[in-house]
Structures are given as C-alpha cells and as structure tokens.
Design a protein around this ligand. Structure first.
Ligand code: TRP
Length: 361
C-alpha cells in the first residue's frame, strides 16, 4: 500500500506567504511528485467553529477564499481530493468513539492546546468542543487511514495523540486504524516565516501578513514598511541579516535568477548579504528586490485566482465532488470501525444466531 497524504487548514482567513512557504508550496510539490496512493486536502471548518461558535459567518465566507487560494497556488482537484470537513458526518461519529480511548488529563497536557487556551482567554470558560478538537483531528486523520500528514511543528502534539488513539483502538477492538507520521517542513525558514513587522510569526491577528491574493500595490506598501535592522541607520553602516525580516524573506523566496534579472550587481543572496553586512547597501534597494521577487512568485498565482474567481459556482462543484469522494473513503473505514467494535448489529449474523439460540426452547 502506498502513502495516503492528508492535511488541512482552518478556514478563518485568506492564506498568506507563511502558509505558502510552510505548507502550500510543499503540498503542490507532493501532488506533482505523484508519490502517493491518495492525497486529501481539506478545510477544517468544524475545527474552526470550536473557537468561532458565535461567528459562523466568518467561516462561511472563508471557505471560498481558502479554496481559491488552494487552486490558484496549484492544488489540482484531478490529482488531490479537496473537501470540507463538516460535510463528512463520519468524522463526528469516529470522534465520539475515539473520545472513549483518551483521558482528559492526556489532552490537557497537549502543549499546542495549552498555548491556544491562553491566547484565546479560554482559561475560565473553555468550550468543550475546543478542548476536544485534538480528538476530532485524530478522527480526521484516521478516518482516511492517512500515513503522512504534512504540517508544522505546532501540529506534532496532535499527531502524537492521533498515533496513541490509533494504537489504542487497534489494541482494544482489532487492527483497523493506521498510525500516521508527520511530515515537517524541510528548513528553518519554511517552518516559521516572520511577519512583515519582524515578529516571530506571520499571523492574521497580528496584522503583519502578505496575502497570496494581495495585489502588486499592496505588496509594495507592505514591503516598503517592513522591519529591517534598527541599527542600520546610515547607508555606510554595517547591516545585520539575522533577525532582519527582509533577508529572511529573501532566504525563503529569492533565486539566483532573481538576482540576474533584478540586481545583477550581486550574483546571489550570499553576495548581497556579504555586502550588506559590510555596509554601503541601502534597505530600500533590498526592499525593491524583495518586492520584485515576491511579485514574480505571486503573479501566476494572482492570474490563476482571477480566472477561478470568474466561475465561483464551479469551485463549489469541485468541493462538493471532493467531499463526496472523501465521504466514501471515510464511510469505508467506519464500516470497518463499527464491525471491529461489534456495533454493526444488523450485519452481525453471529449475534442474531446467538440470541436466537439463547431463547430457543
Ligand atoms: N489543526 C490544523 C491547523 O490549525 C488544521 C487541521 C485540522 C489539520 N485537522 C487536521 C491538519 C488534520 C492536518 C491534519 O492548521
């Protein structure tokens, strides 16, 4: 059996460059490699509702935004199944059974959940659904028998719980579920892209994002305002590239071809870094380069987005078709789950015969 790849995002906003380097670009590469039996990418709207229960409109609006971002970044529905979590009721069913196999204290120890509870001020009033989302996520993964989950480091505790639950299920009821492995981003810059303000993470709530769907003017405005090196005051001052967001972005996105086309004075990023560190290179020039690099990368994505935007009903058709396909896969696993748990009463000839014999005089 080949790999089954599954991953997803909470549809709470448009996707940004952090999503692109951290996961989207990799997913497209995986998709094109063809090195898998099946690949699923989904919008985790059920999970998004666990901390947005009072704002379903936000989720509702962002389903299409995320779908457009997926498609314009290059995810191809003929190669990978795109679906919406809430449309697969089997996932809720599996969540219910998995909840019996993990303790409250085990979920409480999950560091990602801990941080999120603090960030959302949920300490005093923790929604049960939010607390249980790691179990629901384990169901998302195991219902498809996923072997491989491309995700960031913050998802490691979720995959760990998923593995424990799969193991526990199989020990208790028989071998049905598969223990998945996480597939982490390849390098440090892909793991966490800082915000345009230089803060640790690009994040919608911090307002420091460049979105895949930003137009060229918006990108330039954001790049112009980017955090660089606060000690680099005069052109001749030696500059620092560590902690300098412009250089972190150049690390993540620029190619030698970009230098040849946009700044031939330097043959590659190392040469520019060297000059910058010695002094004499202006921040504005670096920002102009970065702007060209980002726009070259985003142009084809924007173009495709514009095309997809012309036929929104077709995007919903694609998601419907993907959800139907995903549902069939999850339903197959659930048949096996119910059989293993011996709650498939109406198909259980042995049970019917046993009970018949018991009452036969
Ligand atoms: N928790 C993930 C996030 O916040 C989204 C997600 C939900 C997910 N279910 C998943 C990711 C299953 C990978 C596999 O981005």
């Amino acid at each position: 059996m080949g790999k089954i790849i599954l991953t997803g995002d909470r549809p709470t906003g448009k996707l940004h460059l952090g999503h692109y380097v951290g996961s989207l670009r990799r997913r497209v590469q995986l998709q094109e490699s063809g090195d898998f039996e099946r690949m699923f990418v989904f919008m985790a709207d059920v999970q998004a509702l666990t901390d947005n229960a009072d704002n379903p409109e936000k989720i509702r609006q962002n389903i299409i935004e995320v779908a457009l971002d997926y498609l314009s970044a290059g995810l191809n529905p003929t190669k990978c199944t795109l679906f919406i979590q809430s449309q697969i009721p089997e996932l809720a069913e599996l969540t219910t059974y998995l909840m019996n196999l993990v303790s409250v204290s085990r979920v409480q120890r999950n560091p990602t959940v801990k941080t999120e509870i603090k960030m959302r001020n949920f300490e005093a009033n923790l929604p049960m659904g939010f607390f249980c989302y790691p179990v629901s996520q384990a169901a998302d993964i195991t219902a498809f028998k996923a072997t491989t989950v491309p995700a960031g480091e913050d998802q490691e505790p979720m995959i760990e719980i998923t593995r424990e639950l799969a193991r526990r299920f199989n020990q208790t009821y028989g071998e049905v579920l598969v223990e998945p492995n996480i597939m982490l981003p390849e390098n440090a810059t892909s793991r966490r892209l800082p915000g345009t303000d230089g803060k640790e993470k690009m994040s919608k709530s911090l307002g420091n994002c460049i979105y895949l769907s930003d137009d060229a003017d918006t990108v330039w405005k954001k790049v112009k305002g980017m955090y660089t090196d606060p000690t680099h005051l005069n052109l001749s001052d030696p500059g620092h590239v560590e902690g300098n967001a412009v250089f972190t972005y150049l690390d993540a996105f620029s190619t030698d071809q970009d230098f040849a086309d946009f700044w031939p004075e330097y043959s590659n990023l190392d040469a520019l870094k060297d000059a910058y560190t010695h002094g004499g290179v202006g921040d504005m020039k670096c920002k102009k380069l970065l702007n060209s690099v980002i726009n070259r990368m985003l142009d084809p994505i924007r173009e495709r987005r514009h095309e997809f935007e012309q036929d929104i009903p077709e995007i919903f058709n694609v998601l419907k078709k993907g959800s139907d396909e995903a549902r069939a896969a999850a339903a197959q696993t659930m048949d096996e789950v119910r059989k293993a748990m011996q709650i498939d009463y109406f198909n259980d000839a042995a049970l019917i015969k046993q009970q018949t014999d018991k009452y036969k005089k």
